[in-house]
Design a protein around this ligand. Structure first.
Ligand code: AMP
Ligand code: ZN
Length: 470
C-alpha cells in the first residue's frame, strides 16, 4: 500500500507500527449544525481508506471524536463559540444541540454508506483525562498559567512547524485577521489547553479543574481521545487540509511533549470540496447538506459516486450539473450490476482473468486510493468476457469498498437469488433476442409470456433487457 504522508509531503510505503494492525484516528464533526457535503466528502474518502486497509488484510481499529464542547469559530483560540452560537440560534441548550446534530451526522453517514468507526468518543466524556494530560504537561514544563488560562508553550517544543512547513512569521500573518491577541501569552502561537477566562461569560459547559472552573481548549480532545483509545503511537491520523497549520500542528506538539515519543506515522489529509464562492462553510446561512440534495431528487449514493470519481488530494468544485451527470452514470451502472445480482454466489471460483481484475482493483486502491481508476476497473469487469457469476462475485467484492449498493439496495437478501433461475432466464432472453433479430415477434412475445408465467418480469431498457423475480 502506498499512501501520501503530509509529514514528508511524499508518497510512502505504508508500514504500520505493528505489522498488519492499523490504528486510525479521525477528527470528527463539530456538532452545532448539520454536516455539509464538503465535510462528508472528507468522511467518504476516510471510509475508503479504512475499507481499503481491511481489504488488503489489515486489522483496523478506528476512533472518531465528536466535538460537542465549545470549539471556537477559528482554528486558533479566538472567534465565536460554535456550540453556543448553535444553542442561541435554536433556543436549545448546548447539550440538546450536540445530541441532535450528532444523530443527524450519523444519519447522513448511513445514507452515504460510511461505516461507523469502532469507537465514537464525545469530547465531553473525557474531561478528567484532559486534566491529567494538562497536569502532565505542566510537570514537564510545557504548560504555563496566564490570566487564568493554561497555555502550551510552543517555544519548548522542537520542530513545532514540522507538519505545516510554514515559518512562524507566515503563520502569524495567516492568523492575524481575526485574532484578539491575549497579551498574557508568551508567544502568539501558544495555544490554550484549559480556559477559565474567556470572553464568553455565558459558557454553559463548564467543569471544575485545578486551575478553576472552565473548559478545555479544542486541540486537546483529539490528542487525549487518541492516546486513551489507540495508545501512544498512532499509525494514521485523518482530517481535512484545513487542520494542517493549527489543529494538527498543536496536536503533535502537545502529544509528543506528553509522551516523549514520535506520535503519528502517517498524516492523511483530504482536500476541500468548494462551491462557486470558493469556500464551503456551515457557519454561514444556507449550505449544502445531504437532505438538500435529496430534496432536489438526488440519491445520496449518486453524491458518493461523484466524490469517488475524484482523487482525495485534489480540490473538487461542486456543481449541480455535474452531480446530475454523476447520477445518470450511477443509475446506468446500477442497472447493469443489478442485472447480475441473480448470478451472485459467494462460493464462485475466479478464472485467471477474474483474478487479474480483482488484483487490478486492489492495486488502484493501494496506489494512494485511486478511486476513479478503481471504478474504471469495475467497468472493465462488466465489459469483460468472464462468466456472469464471476462478474457478480467481483462486483460484490469491489462494492465492499466502493459501497454503492451495486448488487442490492443495501438489503443483502436481494443478492441471494437462485443462480439456476438466472441461467434459465438468461437462456430465454438470448432466444428472445434472436427471435427479435429475425423479426419473429410472435416467438419473442411468447417467450416473454412464458417468463411472466414463471414469475420473471422483464423490462426492455436503452441499455438492454433487465429482469427481476416478482
Ligand atoms: P468540522 O465539523 O468543521 O470540524 O469538520 C469536519 C471535517 O470536515 C474536518 O475533517 C474538516 O477538515 C473537513 N472539512 C471542512 N470543510 C470541508 C470542505 N469544504 N471540504 C472537505 N472537507 C471539509
Ligand atoms: Zn482533531
Amino acid at each position: 500500500m502506498k499512501l501520501f504522508n503530509t509529514l514528508s509531503r511524499s508518497i510512502e510505503d505504508f508500514e504500520p507500527y505493528t505489522p498488519k494492525e492499523v490504528t486510525m484516528y479521525t477528527c470528527g464533526p463539530t456538532v452545532y449544525n448539520y454536516a455539509h457535503i464538503g465535510n462528508l466528502r472528507t468522511y467518504i474518502h476516510e471510509d475508503i481508506l479504512e475499507k481499503t486497509l481491511m481489504v488488503l488484510g489489515y486489522d483496523v481499529r478506528r476512533v472518531m471524536n465528536i466535538t460537542d464542547v465549545g470549539h471556537l469559530e477559528s482554528d486558533a483560540d479566538d472567534g465565536e463559540d460554535k456550540m453556543l452560537m448553535g444553542a442561541l440560534r435554536e433556543k436549545k441548550t448546548v447539550w440538546e444541540v450536540a445530541a441532535y446534530y450528532t444523530d443527524a451526522f450519523f444519519m447522513d453517514c448511513e445514507k452515504l454508506n460510511i461505516k461507523k468507526p469502532n469507537v465514537i468518543a464525545k469530547a465531553t466524556d473525557y474531561i478528567d483525562d484532559y486534566i491529567v494530560f494538562i497536569k502532565g504537561l505542566e510537570e514537564k514544563g510545557y504548560a504555563y498559567l496566564a490570566n487564568g488560562n493554561v497555555y502550551f508553550d510552543i517555544s519548548k517544543f522542537k520542530d513545532y512547524t514540522k507538519l505545516s512547513k510554514l515559518d512562524l512569521e507566515t503563520l502569524k500573518i495567516a492568523h492575524r485577521d481575526d485574532v484578539e491577541e491575549d497579551a498574557h501569552k508568551k508567544n502568539p502561537h501558544d495555544f490554550v489547553l484549559w480556559f477559565t477566562k474567556s470572553k464568553f461569560e455565558n459558557q454553559a459547559m463548564k467543569w471544575a479543574s485545578p486551575w478553576g472552573v472552565g473548559y478545555p481548549g479544542w486541540h486537546i480532545e483529539c490528542s487525549v481521545i487518541a492516546l486513551k483509545n489507540l495508545g501512544e503511537q498512532l499509525d494514521i491520523h485523518c482530517g481535512g487540509v484545513d487542520h494542517i497549520p493549527v489543529h494538527h500542528t498543536n496536536e503533535i506538539a502537545q502529544t509528543e511533549s506528553f509522551t516523549g515519543k514520535p506520535w503519528t506515522k502517517y498524516w492523511w489529509h483530504a482536500e476541500f470540496l468548494i462551491d462557486e464562492s470558493g469556500k464551503m462553510s456551515k457557519s454561514s446561512g444556507e449550505f449544502l447538506t445531504v437532505s438538500l440534495l435529496e430534496s432536489k431528487g438526488f440519491d445520496p449514493l449518486s453524491y458518493r459516486y461523484y466524490v469517488l470519481n475524484s482523487h482525495y488530494r485534489k480540490q473538487l468544485a461542486f456543481d449541480f450539473e455535474k452531480l446530475e451527470m454523476a447520477q445518470t452514470a450511477y443509475k446506468k451502472l446500477k442497472r447493469k450490476t443489478e442485472a447480475l445480482m441473480p448470478y451472485f454466489n459467494k462460493e464462485t471460483n475466479l478464472s485467471e482473468e477474474g483474478h487479474l481484475l480483482s488484483d487490478a482493483f486492489k492495486m488502484q486502491l493501494a496506489d494512494d486510493l485511486n478511486t476513479a481508476n478503481a471504478i474504471t476497473v469495475l467497468y472493465d469487469v462488466i465489459k469483460s468476457n468472464i462468466s456472469n457469476a464471476e462478474k457478480a462475485f467481483l462486483i460484490h467484492q469491489m462494492d465492499f469498498v466502493l459501497s454503492l449498493n451495486l448488487l442490492s439496495n443495501g438489503d443483502s437478501s436481494e443478492v441471494t437469488s437462485n443462480p439456476e433461475d438466472a441461467v434459465y432466464v438468461e437462456e430465454m432472453l438470448a432466444k428472445r433476442k434472436e427471435a427479435k433479430k429475425e423479426k419473429n415477434w410472435a416467438l419473442a412475445d411468447a417467450i416473454r409470456d412464458e417468463l411472466k408465467e414463471k414469475g420473471f418480469e422483464i423490462k426492455d431498457t436503452p441499455e438492454g433487457t433487465t429482469w427481476e423475480k416478482c
